[in-house]
Design a protein. Structure first.
Length: 328
């Protein structure tokens, strides 16, 4: 698969923070239609030297991946990515001079190669694949955050994630001094069409913008430069650093063997509760609460049940009981 891009658009704003701890690749002003690798990293502000951590990861990971691409006919495999991430960890440990407790950063990574697109992330910076022609969000990375975990468990609603006092707690990132290094969540995308958009952003871009607003902006019949200006204007009052890359697909040229390319985007979308939740104002497990003891009085013992429907009901009951126990 060969792809042509329009000129990528960048947003790189400090917000109301005293310093910029986001880093991007390519650097602001350096991106062109020839680029195939993009990253947005958000240095962890609760730790020392977040800006150094994000810049180190952008610089070292881009260098390692570009070297591997050039040596492998511009194919990128999971093994190549994980090796590059591991070498980046090594340099990140070296950059930590020992005077600070820990350094860390989130990671969003997008590489267009002959195998399609490889998307990877750690933390709550996010990746989108949007098809404006149909208004579909084909992929949205799932945040590695505490509120996302609570939402997935049914403890809080989708809308409560944005207002929760724990919304800034992440559960995965590229950190120094880890006994076991965190690994990136990887998704392979081969269903790429002309006029699709890919969007990488730090969480600061999402303070006051939801998925519907983002999709609506990308559906407007204006230039990419105007869309980037609109995204910048909508986030001008955001308190956090906020950075993004907007990448517009111009042309897709298919090659022999493309039908065998890895493509797990549809499965990732199916598993993303936020993209499939019809009741975003309430926790999902309040829609179908666990069966009460009274409900179970007339139920026959599991051993008496026969057939697949009875077995499915038994499994559902176990799931309800498990979810109910977690809530306690």
């Amino acid at each position: 698969m060969k792809l042509e891009l329009y000129c990528p658009q960048v947003i790189y704003e400090q917000g109301q923070r005293q310093k910029q701890e986001d880093s991007i690749f390519p650097l602001q002003g350096d991106a062109s239609e020839a680029n195939r690798l993009f990253m947005v990293c958000d240095g962890l502000g609760g730790m020392e030297k977040g800006e150094l951590a994000s810049a180190t990861v952008c610089h070292e990971l881009s260098r390692a991946v570009m070297g591997k691409l050039a040596a492998n006919d511009y194919y990128l495999t999971d093994a190549m990515l994980h090796a590059a991430v591991n070498s980046t960890y090594d340099l990140l440990e070296t950059a930590d001079d020992g005077k600070h407790t820990r350094m860390g950063t989130t990671l969003t990574f997008l590489c267009f190669h002959r195998g399609g697109c490889l998307a990877a992330h750690m933390g709550d910076s996010r990746i989108y694949h949007i098809r404006p022609r149909t208004g579909e969000i084909l992929y949205r990375s799932v945040d590695h955050s505490l509120v996302q975990h609570l939402y997935d468990m049914g403890e809080i609603s989708y809308y409560e994630m944005r207002t929760s006092p724990r919304r800034n707690i992440i559960i995965k990132a590229m950190l120094t001094l880890q006994e076991i290094r965190s690994t990136a969540t990887v998704v392979h995308i081969a269903d790429i069409q002309p006029d699709d958009y890919f969007y990488l952003c730090s969480d600061g871009m999402l303070e006051a913008m939801d998925d519907d607003e983002l999709t609506a902006i990308l559906q407007t019949h204006v230039s990419d430069e105007e869309k980037a200006r609109e995204l910048t204007a909508r986030t001008a009052q955001n308190s956090d650093n906020h950075s993004a890359y907007l990448i517009h697909i111009k042309k897709v040229e298919h090659e022999a063997g493309d039908g065998r390319l890895l493509n797990d985007e549809a499965y990732a979308r199916h598993c993303n509760k936020a993209l499939n939740d019809p009741h975003k104002d309430v926790p999902w497990n309040t829609i179908n609460p666990p069966l009460s003891d009274d409900d179970l009085e007339d139920e026959p013992a599991p051993a008496q049940k026969k057939g697949p429907k009875a077995l499915l009901k038994s499994y559902l009951q176990l799931f309800h009981n498990f979810a109910h126990a977690l809530k306690r």
